[in-house]
Design a protein around this ligand. Structure first.
Ligand code: GDG
Length: 506
């Protein structure tokens, strides 16, 4: 990747999961690098800067042991050629990391009561409302003693790091775990320049009215401590400004997407996150992916058969169940497709400790069994459901699928759609929910899905599977071009340019 733009100020990052985690095996302490586009983009930036620190949670026991050894301070982790903690000068790229340890009960209330599920459910519109949520004294207490307390601990760590740098720094906060942090940091360090980026959808004011009035007010006021609140799309940014207007009564400008808070102007901006196209190309070129491709071709693509793919966490927001219902309807209404189309679903089990998620997995299994029983032909079942964590397998499937289905009820962006656009080599068609953030950029090249309408989705899948080859390749090339020219580096650079402008450097 090319060089990062100069920042002129130290950088303090905050996210729940950090760039490295620690473990222990027979040989002693091991250091693992975090996976995914976000962590690698931010790691690239942090490695490049002279003065940057990444504040994150101590996830496991070994993380806590490392934090204890550093007496609450930061450590320097060299990230290549092999990751390890360094005492003196590193002789390769390195990231300064500060691991925050919190009380386990408070953390459980923060993470497993408020962040996921309550905030996740509100922001993805997952509550049925007639019977859920039920907010009792326990949830009020969990907010105070969990969400707020943990936010406070992380905010204190950020403040500590900013003060150690003279009180002036660029601060980048990530996601729905930390809505209270910006305001606290600004109170202690008024000279920071701060962006809070929200990776999930931001719904309109009425969804937020599900929450107790004082809590939703605190969450909004917390975020308004930022200079910029970043989202994936204009729609989410606008919803945020509407919330400030309707729920807090603050003066706003809905065209410029600004909120006036006392003598400060807070901007809601949209920076669509993306993928690291070069890293994806490298993964695709690996022997492991080639072996998977050969196997998938052998299983799914002999004769003139086609492959429909989905790759998701087993999260109710991804709408896996309605996706299978639509596929079942497609086969009912187009029996000529039975035996001609396979549906490969690579699902990563997620948050299985949350009852709604465990129930959802059971529902998926039962539905797949039922559709497979109904449409097995010559011993071949139409759906191949695999509960796996296997990124090279996912990239192999991306490369050769005919149709990718993303039918989320709500999805901040959805990186899977962008990954397929970059690596597919078979004229793969994106069947993309209008409720995924990615639809704002890729909708014109996709077949649009309306995630609650089973018949519409079945019809759209039929359109995708029967689209002329030339049209398929034309759309795929245009989608790939859009993603390659708007990759994850651009997502980050655009935010940094805005921060430098606010700080007065440009
Ligand atoms: C949240 C928001 C937003 C796939 N299989 C495996 C695996 N993957 C990778 C995919 C992709 C990532 O996981 C999933 O990203 P998504 O964007 O699709 O969805 P969320 O996990 O819900 O992410 C979302 C995103 O944050 C970024 O802001 O786009 O809207 O919900 O990169 O390729 N990764 C591993 N093993 C697999 O088997 N490790």
């Amino acid at each position: 990747m090319s060089d990062f733009i100069p920042l002129d100020l130290p950088l303090v990052l905050l996210s729940n999961r950090g760039p490295v985690s620690f473990d222990r095996d027979a040989s002693g302490r091991t250091v693992n690098r975090g996976a995914g586009g976000l962590v690698s983009a931010l790691s690239g930036l942090a490695e490049h800067l002279d003065d940057a620190v990444w504040v994150c949670g101590a996830a496991g026991e070994e993380d806590a042991a490392v934090a204890a050894e550093s007496a609450g301070g930061s450590i320097l982790v060299q990230t290549a050629p092999h990751p390890h903690v360094v005492d003196g000068e590193p002789d390769g790229p390195a990231i300064r990391v500060r691991l925050v340890v919190t009380d386990p009960t408070a953390y459980a209330d923060f993470y497993s009561v408020w962040s996921n599920p309550i905030l996740w459910f509100i922001q993805h519109g997952l509550y049925g409302r007639s019977l859920a949520p039920v907010l009792t004294r326990a949830e009020h207490d969990a907010f105070e003693n969990g969400y707020a307390a943990v936010n406070r601990a992380y905010a204190d760590a950020v403040v500590d790091e900013v003060r150690a740098r003279g009180g002036k720094a660029l601060v980048l906060l990530q996601d729905y775990h930390f809505y209270l942090v910006a305001d606290w940091v600004r109170e202690q360090c008024p000279d920071v320049v701060l962006t809070h980026f929200v990776h999930i959808p931001w719904p309109g004011p009425d969804e937020w009215r599900i929450l107790p009035g004082d809590i939703r007010e605190r969450l909004l006021r917390g975020l308004l401590g930022s200079d910029v609140v970043g989202f994936h799309t204009r729609r989410y940014a606008r919803n945020f400004v509407l919330c400030a207007q309707e729920l807090l009564g603050l003066p706003v400008d809905l065209e410029r997407l600004t909120v006036t808070v006392g003598d400060r102007v807070v901007r809601a901006r949209y920076y669509p996150i993306s993928v690291d196209a070069a890293a994806l190309d490298a993964t695709q070129a690996s022997e492991e992916v080639a072996a998977h491709i050969a196997m998938l071709r052998y299983i799914f693509l002999d004769d003139d058969r086609q492959l429909l793919l989905r790759v998701d966490r087993t999260d109710p927001s991804k709408n896996v169940v309605r996706g299978f219902l639509a596929f079942g309807t497609l086969l009912d209404q187009h029996p000529e497709l039975v035996g001609k189309v396979s549906f490969l679903a690579l699902l990563q089990p997620s948050r299985t400790d949350v009852p709604e998620y465990a129930d959802y997995i059971a529902l998926i299994g039962a539905l797949v069994a039922e559709i497979n029983a109904r449409h097995t032909k010559e011993g071949r079942q139409p759906i191949d459901l695999r509960m796996v964590e296997d990124f090279p397998l996912a990239v192999a499937a991306y490369s050769i699928c005919d149709v990718l289905i993303v039918n989320a009820i709500a999805d901040g962006m959805n990186l899977v759609a962008k990954e397929v656009a970059v690596v597919n080599r078979r004229g793969g068609v994106l069947a993309l929910s209008e409720m995924a953030g990615a639809h704002e950029e890729l909708g014109e090249f996709a077949v649009t899905l309306q995630p609650f309408d089973i018949q519409q989705m079945a019809d759209a899948l039929y359109t995708a599977l029967t689209m002329p080859m030339e049209e398929r390749y034309r759309r795929l090339a245009a989608a790939a071009e859009q993603v390659r020219t708007h990759d994850v580096r651009r997502w980050l650079d655009d935010q940094l340019v805005d921060l430098r402008r606010i700080a007065g450097f440009i």
